[in-house]
Design a protein. Structure first.
Lengths: 327, 334, 327, 334
């Protein structure tokens, strides 16, 4: 049994996948000798050598293109896009090529690759290095979208992502890299598409992802301790495939729902969940699905501004209270 | 005058090339006829006039090698041995189409033949082709990857990224720029800082400057073979600029009126790769009967394939929901 | 009074803006001598010359970057991205630079530009040339999003878009280019952010955009004629800013809502509208907001497949009947 | 030995350059101190060791000219005359910051001084800089646009697109590649097909190959002035590769351990632009007192500015909701 950080679980997860399958290799910028800007790939170059851990030029399109082409032959590349914000410079490869090629080829081509990327705010890096972009990939048919909230999920979901025959975008949250967990067994697998309950409760359903799932859990603890409210916290873990059954089951029980998204409001994943709940559980709802999101603004940089832009534990607590007690 | 004594190519290969080019020509012409009959919807980009390039590579490549082409990819697909009905059927949106109508004319794909897809957004496929080349290197197998694209493609960012990466990783890949003098309607020289859009950039990636007459099938074959061998021997990438011209407009919607009449006439009459190659075959004393027999054979093949594809049913509506995922379906929730 | 196609209204609208303001210029690929691949810019080069109508290389990032930089100095560029699908190759410039620079600069920089682009399906062009991508820009704070459904809206909204001090993405629908309308006055202005009612009714609210708004209107005519259902059809015209008041007003009256989106389902703009209606009009809703969308798949190419993928008039009619009459 | 008789630069300009470089150096050092005191959150990328490049351009440019830089842009911003408290205040997220803390260290912007923004995603700003240059051409005014970036930036697609466009449109722009031998941690030669990442690509855009010792302030100034004049006279773009080295790590988080000790030592001790320039000033018989007075003056300025920015309040929370739109607000619905 060992304490593992989220950061360390990333490199361990990659290493485990690479040990198991010679077809797995890793490409990214500054990932080898330097172990990555977030130190999440330390040790990989040493263990697997330059042929399997490749330092690339600043050429995100070429990185993902090469990963895609290699995947088309049956290899299983893991490609790093250093910050998820940089998906924008290679968005054509992601959204138009990787996502659509299987379908357009009538299933002739499989693209079993993983794109892992550092996502989310909290580091005061400003508007171009802090975005939460899970919804960018959720909206593209053909992409699976995973966003682990803790070290064991990193381990288990990375294992599944690498084995998955389809392209998976794996969003690691920058503000979780230092998050620690006691791990008994590191070589684990968690199926993609199964949500995780972080807190049990029948008064309200709070749905979160990544950092927001952890904040929702903290909020649930406070709600229980201080306000006698029992919130069920669902960590979606993946947006595609989506565990709609778990959501439905809880909503039927609670009748109240709060989604907590880190992205700016418009067309966030919470909008999709809200519309789904509305369609599937309309009669069970005691009130509208409330969406807690970052306001629809780019992320500011200064501490005070960033801290007050991204949904906080306090905000979640207050929104739940307002919702349930009308305060 | 041809030097018959030092013929490095030989009759057999020449006839192969002849047959190949003719097939590409006649299928494209058939595609054109089918548009006129309104049997092909959507758009379509013909490579009429550019057959020597795809043809030469078709002859020079081995089974197992990978090719990547663009929306103007019927010829490149056929050149790898894909069936004519597979191509025409796809254009017409029939079940016999290479992708059952799901991809359409701009996305022809035939993995069994090494046709790793046709890509309709400029530049992307250069980066993807690096990937199959990387796989060959990674697996220590010796396939070669070939990526075809146009002159206009040399001005997009992905071109630059792909070439640099191919060179630094010494990938077994051949980049083939078919310089047909125009992007869609804009003359390439009006939007390009250098005269030779690909070749004048080769130095930026420490590659040789290679310019070839893309309408001279023999020269094209020699150039292709050399670059392919180099890649296969682990000596890295090449960038070839092949000068050529499209006989028709950019796409179905385009009558090509922005091009000077004399220019079009010159290329059609004096520089047609097929017309000229026929003459060359005769120069090499190849029996005209053999040449004509091949013509007849191909015509016949094209007609038969046309019948097959016209008889092929349209796809079933349920195809909409298949093959988003490797499990064959399109479900995104449980 | 003249009959004008949507196509012709695009070039007329651009010409009118260029005549009025010397600061307006136009960049795109194959837009000058050839008048554009959709013939929507015919005559501009002849009237305004090469200095104001610039044929660009296939360099979408450079095109939008140049437009952005020029706009920063106070010029008012209109840039064409030939197909909206190609926004993916310059998405960084759109989403990270154009959208965020005003905010990051604390308002020092304005970016008054228009990006016009041919959007949507119906032409059997396949998955990489047919997407409906309004939601891509709706989700980015800092972008205004306009999508006209008829020639007069093209004229009026383009006028406003060019005068707007903020960046506007102007989605023209390919399948509407041939759409005709009698126009009395061509030099008109329509404020961005005001929805348009295409059909009056109090039984149900149908919310559409661009081609889908026109299909919704056709559906409403059929519903009225054949099924005695009076549907109010709201053509949003712009997603950002959004005319929430018009939506709310109608939903309060009807209690039933159908959104009709051309994009694939997940995180489409209809999800946002649905979540908004849920939040703002929960008590007024007689049933869930129903979203009609393209299924969550890339767009297939063959006629029969494409035609059955994008929402049709028939589908809208059927969904409304199912909703109201439970059939 | 310096040739004092043929001094094309002269004392006045040299002292200007000296003052400029010193300012950049001392502010960066102060920024470093402030990190250590945990007064600067987020990240920060110092240009310590690279001051001669920004400094030379700062001296050579005129008011009204436009500059674009990267996340490593404190120096380039100060070089245009932005206030020290504006820069340090922004790093610390204070109201006196150039953008009141909304942008942060990677996005310094000061339009009044021609600082058209600092851009944190590699490559983008090369294309944007073309836009201000295009505006000058369109308006027939004669500002010059200058765009600074690093060696690693030469491998991204936007670089290629921007250079080609600048050339074909003959834009009044100067692209300045600061080759500090490393992208973040990876030596540039390991990921680049050519030896000189920018200069060896100049030919691909029909531009001259210009390589300059970026740590020799005089040479840098001459090169800058020449390229700026060329642009101002309507003779089009230049691409300059200036060789330099950063004294510290890539960013705050980086101790820079991947670089060989001797290499670091050589650059710090023998090739420090400021140390060397001080010696050169003496060689030119400039009075050491004047040199030192400037040092004192700058030190003083930096201290005062630090005090001002430390005393400046943090931004108000309502700033979150301002200036998305030109109307000052962030509303997206009525
Ligand atoms: C990124 C992108 N921009 C623009 C287009 C539209 N487009 C399709 S083909 C074409 C011209 C391509 O020219 P070239 O590379 O010379 O190839 P050719 O068509 O001449 O074979 C353009 C601009 C596109 N498909 N993708
Ligand atoms: C598109 C993109 N990819 C990667 C990064 C991460 N990144 C930031 S700085 C940097 C290295 C840049 O190297 P260079 O251009 O040489 O500039 P330097 O930092 O040396 O000044 C990288 C890879 C980024 N900001 N944007
Ligand atoms: Mg061409
Ligand atoms: Mg560098």
């Amino acid at each position: 049994m060992a304490q593992l950080t989220y950061r360390a679980s990333v490199s361990l997860a990659i290493a485990q996948s690479m040990r198991k399958d010679q077809k797995v290799f890793f490409i990214g910028e500054d990932v080898g000798a330097a172990g990555g800007v977030f130190k999440a790939t330390v040790g990989l170059l040493e263990e697997f050598g330059k042929e399997r851990v490749m330092d690339a030029p600043i050429s995100e399109q070429a990185i993902l293109g090469a990963a895609m082409g290699a995947a088309m032959t049956g290899l299983r590349p893991i490609a790093e896009i250093m910050f998820s914000d940089f998906l924008a410079v290679c968005w054509d490869i992601v959204a138009n090529q990787i996502a659509k090629t299987r379908y357009m080829s009538d299933g002739q081509i499989n693209i079993p690759l993983v794109i892992r990327t550092a996502n989310g705010g909290g580091s005061k890096f400003g508007a171009q290095h802090s975005q939460s972009l899970e919804n960018w990939s959720m909206m593209i048919p053909g992409l699976k979208v995973v966003a682990p909230s803790c070290p064991s999920d990193v381990l288990g979901l990375m294992d599944s992502a690498v084995k998955d025959p389809d392209p998976v975008i794996f969003y690691e949250h920058k503000s979780l890299y230092a998050f620690k967990e006691e791990i008994e067994q590191t070589d684990i697998s968690i199926p993609i598409g199964e949500a995780n309950t972080l807190h049990e409760g029948k008064d309200i359903t709070i749905i979160g992802l990544a950092l927001m799932a952890q904040r929702a859990k903290e909020a649930a603890l406070i709600l229980k301790d201080k306000h006698d409210i029992n919130a069920k916290v669902i960590d979606l873990r993946s947006l595609v495939p989506l565990d709609l059954q778990t959501i439905k089951k809880s909503v039927i029980e609670t009748g109240h729902v709060l989604t907590v998204e880190e992205n700016p409001r418009l067309c966030g994943w919470g909008a999709e969940i809200s519309s789904l709940i509305s369609e599937h559980c309309f009669k069970n709802l005691k009130g509208p699905v409330t969406r807690v999101t970052t306001p629809h603004v780019p992320l500011p940089s200064a501490d005070i501004l960033e801290d007050n832009t991204i949904p906080s534990v306090e905000l979640i607590v207050n929104e739940v209270i307002k919702k349930l007690k009308g305060e | 005058m041809v030097d018959k004594l030092n013929d490095d190519i030989g009759e057999e290969k020449r006839l192969q090339l002849w047959e190949m080019m003719l097939k590409l020509r006649l299928v494209e012409k058939k595609a054109y006829d089918l548009f006129l009959q309104n049997l092909i919807k959507g758009t379509s980009h013909l490579a009429l006039g550019q057959e020597a390039i795809a043809g030469a590579f078709g002859v020079a490549l081995k089974q197992g090698d990978y090719t990547f082409c663009t929306y103007r990819g019927h010829a490149h697909t056929l050149a790898r041995g894909s069936s004519i009905e597979g191509v025409l059927g796809e254009l017409m949106g029939r079940q016999c189409g290479l992708m059952k109508g799901k991809g359409g004319s701009m996305h022809l794909t035939d993995v069994d033949k090494g046709v790793m897809g046709s890509y309709a957004i400029i530049g992307a496929h250069l980066t993807i082709a690096n990937g199959t080349a990387l796989a060959s290197k990674y697996n220590k197998t010796n396939e070669v990857s070939v990526c075809f694209f146009g002159d206009g493609t040399t001005n997009i960012g992905a071109f630059h990224e792909a070439l640099n990466m191919a060179k630094i990783w010494n990938l077994p890949i051949v980049f083939v720029c078919e310089n047909n003098l125009y992007m869609e309607y804009t003359p390439i020289h009006e939007v390009t800082a250098v005269e030779h859009p690909a070749a004048d950039r080769a130095g930026a990636y420490d590659l040789d400057k290679i310019i070839v007459d893309g309408n001279d099938a023999d020269e094209m074959l020699r150039t292709a073979e050399k670059a392919i061998s180099k890649a296969r021997e682990g000596k890295g990438p090449s960038l070839i600029e092949a000068k050529t011209y499209r006989h028709s407009g950019h796409s179905r919607a385009d009558p090509g009126k922005y091009r000077p009449d004399e220019e079009v006439k010159d290329w059609m009459e004096n520089k047609d790769p097929i017309k000229n190659y026929r003459a060359k075959l005769l120069d090499f004393n190849i029996n005209e009967k053999i040449i004509s027999e091949i013509e007849e054979k191909i015509k016949d093949q094209v007609e038969k394939a046309t019948e097959i594809s016209m008889a092929s049913p349209i796809p079933e509506i349920k195809e909409i929901y298949t093959d988003v995922w490797a499990n064959g379906g399109s479900e995104w929730h449980n």
